[in-house]
Design a binder for this molecule. Sequence first.
Ligand SMILES: Cc1ncc(COP(=O)(O)O)c(C=O)c1O
Length: 352
Amino acid sequence: MKPEISIENLVRPNIRKLEPYRSARDDYESGLLLDANENSLGAPYQQADGLHRYPSPYQQKLRGKIAGLRDLEPENVFVGVGSDEAIDLLYRIFCEPRIDNVIITPPTYGMYKVSAGIHDVTVKKVNLDPNFQPKVDEILDAADEHSKMLFLCSPNNPTGNEFEQERIEALVSEFPGIVVIDEAYIDFSDRKSRAELIKTHPNLVVLQTLSKSFGMAGIRMGIALASEIIIKFMLKVKAPYNVNALTSKYALEAFDHLDTISFHIDKLVEEREMLRNKLQEVPGVRKIYPSNANFLLVKFDDAVKTYKELAKKEIIVRYRGNEPLCENCLRITVGTPDENEKLINTLKELAE
Ligand SMILES: Cc1ncc(COP(=O)(O)O)c(C=O)c1O
C-alpha cells in the first residue's frame, strides 16, 4: 500500500507559490462596473448584445449544474476549453519539464503524449494487454519517483472498451501520483462514471466533455472532476477568462435539454449495435471489437486499402493501424441511420 499522497507535494514548486492573476471580476461582480476597461458603449451589433463584458472567470453557475449532474460539489468541478485544456493544465501543475514523466497505456487518445511533448515531459508507455485492459503490475513497476501522472482512458479511444473496475481501483489506490481517468465517452457506456471515486481518492482526476454525449463539440467545453485541492490549482493556473461567454451560455442551455441528450445517447448506442451487426456481414471485415463508446474499432483484411477507397467515395473514417495492437484497424464513428447504411453499402460494393 502506498503512503498517503500529498497533492501539495506533487505540485511543482513554482505553481505552489504562484500568485494568480486577479481579474476585475474577482473583486466585484455587480454595480457600476468601470473596472475592466471593457467598451462601455457595447458590442457593435444587436446579436452580440452583452458580449462587451468579460465572462465569469470561475463559471460558478455552470460548475453548479455539472456538479448536480454528477452528484458532486461545484468545488470539485473545473470547466475549460475542451478536455484538452484540462490535460494541458495538469501537465503545467504537476510535471517539471525534463525531470518528471507520465505513464500512458497505448493504444490510447493521442493528446496525452502530444501535451507531454509540448511540456518536455517524458512519456513511459505500458501497452494495454491483448484484451485492451491496463496491466496493473507493469504500470506500477514502471512508476518511479518522477512519475507524476498516469492517464487511463475508459471507455478507451480508439479501442472503445471499458477498463475493468478492479484494475482501475487498484491503480487509483496504488499509483504514487495523479491518476487521470478520461471519461469522454462515459455516457455511451453501460457502466457509470467513476467520478464518485474522487470523494475517497484526492489524487484522482476524472475528465469529461460536452463534445460527445452532449453533441456540442463546437463550443469547446471540457470538464475536470477532482478533489477541491486539485481544482483550486487548476483555477489558479488557467487563463483568467478561459471559458467564453457564448460557450458558457450554450453549455448552460444544454442542461435544459437533458431529455434530448439522453434520447440521442440511446439512439447512438442502438445504432452502434445495428452497425456492428451489419459490419459482420461485410467481406473483408475480420473483427469488430466490443464498444462502450460512439464508435467501433474494426479490423479489416487490408485497412489501408479500405480507408483509401472509402475516402475516394467521400466516406472518412480514422486509420488506427499504426497503433499497438490495432494492426489493420479503422475507427468508425457511429453515424445517423442513413450515414451508417451508406457506409455499409459502400463497403459491400468495394468488396465485390
Ligand atoms: C478520449 C478523449 N478525450 C478527450 C477528447 C477531447 O475532448 P474535448 O473535445 O473536450 O477536448 C477526445 C476527443 O476525441 C477523446 O477521444
